[in-house]
Design a binder for this molecule. Sequence first.
Ligand code: SF4
Ligand code: SF4
Ligand code: FES
Length: 261
Amino acid sequence: MREASRLAQNGEGGSKHVAAAEQQTESLRVKVWRGTQEGGFDAFEVPPSENQTVLDVVTYIQRELDPSLSYRFACRVGMCGSCAMTVNGRPRWTCRTHVSKVTDGREITIEPLRNLPIIKDLAVDMAAFFDKWERAKGSFTPSADAAADFAVVEPTSPKRRAADEAIECIGCAVCYSACDVVAWNPDYLGPAALNRAWTLVNDVRDEGQAERLAAVSGDAGCHACHSHQSCKTYCPKALNPTGAIAGLKRLVAMATLRGEL
Ligand code: SF4
Ligand code: SF4
Ligand code: FES
C-alpha cells in the first residue's frame, strides 16, 4: 500500500536520475512518488531557478530527467485547478506554490493528492470528486419559464454575498485531500461539493432547493463534517468550506423542523 511504501525511497531508478544531473552544482533534492497505490519514491536533482514553483520542478523532471513521469496541469496561473499535489505532506496548488515558501532546506517531497485513487505517479482520478458535486446537486436548476425576464439580484443582498464568497472555487480538490472525514468515510460528499451546494442554495434564481437540501442531508452530507477546518486552512483560493457547511447544517435543521425533510 502507498502509506507503507512511502518509506521505500530512492530505488535504483532514483539513483540513475541523480547521476544524470550530478554535473549541476547547486541543486534541489526532490523525492517524487512513482506508481499507483503501490510504488515508491524516486529521487532527482533539480537546478534551482528564480521564483521556481513546485510545478516548475515537476516539469523540469519530466522534460529533462524522466519523460515517463505523469502529472497534470493546464493553466499554470491558478485558474484551472488541475495541478494540485501533496508537497512536503501538505496539499497545495503547485503552479502558485514557490519552492522557497515550502522548504527552507534543499529537499522537497512531492506526492499525489490524498483521498483519490492514483492513476499514475502524481496524477489522481478526479471522477469520485466530481461525482460528489453531482450528488450534492451542484448544478444550477433553471426556472421552467425560459421566456422570463433576467433576474435582478442585488449585489449587496445577504444571499448574493454568501454565494459570491464561495463561488471562486477552482475544483482543485486540495480541500478534499486535506479532509480527514473523507479519509475515514469515502462516501462523505466533502468540502468542495458542499461548498458548491452552498453557492446554489444562496442563488435566488435556482429552482432546485428542496432536492438540494435533501441531497446534502443524511449520513454522507453536511452533518458528517467535524468542522476542524483543514479545508479552510489549505484552500488556495482562501475560501471557507467549513462556513459553507455550517450554513447548510442550519438550513437542513430548519427544514427538518418545518417537516420539509
Ligand atoms: S471542516 Fe469539515 S469538510 Fe472541512 S476538512 Fe474538516 S471535516 Fe472536512
Ligand atoms: S474549495 Fe478551495 S480547495 Fe476546495 S476545490 Fe475549491 S478552490 Fe480547491
Ligand atoms: S495549473 Fe491551473 S491551477 Fe495550477
